[in-house]
Design a protein around this ligand. Structure first.
Ligand code: DON
Length: 304
């Protein structure tokens, strides 16, 4: 039996003394206000036992982690048709780069870079009756938690400053790969990124991807084949131009966000979320990556 609690405690103690904690994202002004000394980690295993250390119940901006949840909701709604509008290859580029989008005629490399997530947002805006409310309800249902909310200040902050996302959306529109208005789609996208959740809530919401498509309440959201696809895209694309490094160091499918969160999972075994706001130069949580490397090394459990 692996003592997850002892391992998380030792990771949290080790991380608390580290001085090199990376840099807090500043390109979304509202994110600058976060306390860089925070660190939380939460793990839920396949038997629904919970383990945590540090600030695991504190809310933070999940940012790009939300792209996996919108992808899951869109796949559940439109199925394989989704792949006509977005690819499944790693980009090897930072999350907000646009050059490939132009070279590849407006079809984003994958759904986890910003341009790809904006196409997925467009699909949800088309198919949901009340897109923001319905997506929020989907996340609340997955996590079995009605308290989850959007952070309106963070959404408004990105709405004012998200020039690269406006550029991406306009480029997509020029190629005919955005069906709705740029402003409507980006309003949805900025809100999905502005969800505030804790490490504990994130592991509950992502549990279904660890558990063959079935959430903690026993409801099924995706087929086994779809779960395989979402998890493989997380492995190859979840960390942008650092996806190779994350697979190399941690060895799990996962997704990061510029709020400093990372969710990762080992199918049929556990789902883990970690939060430390300081980012490395690739925009992924510096201590979060280190903590997950320690977890898979200490437990000897990774997909490899
Ligand atoms: O669109 C953006 O730039 C942000 N809302 C999300 C970027 C992000 O989290 C990248 N992940 N590491």
């Amino acid at each position: 039996m692996i003592d997850y609690q002892a391992i998380l405690d030792s990771i949290a103690i080790g991380c608390s003394s580290l001085k090199e904690r990376g840099n807090i994202a500043s390109y979304i002004p509202e994110l600058r206000k976060v306390d860089g000394s925070k660190f939380g980690i939460h793990l839920v295993d396949a038997k629904k036992s919970n383990f945590q250390a540090g600030d695991a119940n504190e809310l933070f901006s999940i940012q790009s982690i939300s792209k996996v949840l919108t992808l899951a909701q869109a796949m559940g709604m439109v199925g394989e048709k989704l792949w006509q509008r977005v690819g499944v290859e790693p980009s090897g580029d930072p999350f907000n780069h646009l050059s490939l989008l132009e070279m590849e005629n407006g079809v984003p490399r994958n759904p986890l870079i910003n341009a790809g997530a904006i196409v997925v947002a467009d699909i949800l805006v088309t198919h949901l009756t009340n897109p923001k409310t319905d997506f929020l309800a989907f996340v609340r249902e997955l996590a079995n938690d009605e308290t989850i909310e959007f952070d309106q200040e963070v959404a408004a902050s990105e709405q004012r400053t998200g020039f690269r996302n406006y550029a991406a959306a306009n480029l997509l529109k020029s190629y005919g790969n955005l069906k709705n208005d740029v402003d409507t789609v980006l309003d949805f996208y900025f809100h999905q990124c502005a969800l505030k959740m804790s490490c504990k809530q994130l592991t509950k919401a992502f549990y279904f991807l660890m558990n063959r498509g079935e959430c903690q309440q026993g409801r099924s959201y995706l087929t086994l084949r779809q779960v395989k696809r979402v998890n493989s895209i997380m492995l190859t694309c979840g960390f942008y131009d650092e996806a190779g490094e994350f697979a190399f160091e941690v060895g799990l499918p996962g997704k990061s966000g510029v709020g400093g969160g990372i969710v990762a999972l080992l199918p049929d075994k556990y789902c883990v979320a970690v939060w430390s706001p300081g980012l490395n130069e690739k925009g992924n949580s510096k201590l979060g990556m280190e903590a997950l490397e320690k977890l898979t090394t200490a437990t000897g459990q990774s997909i490899f």
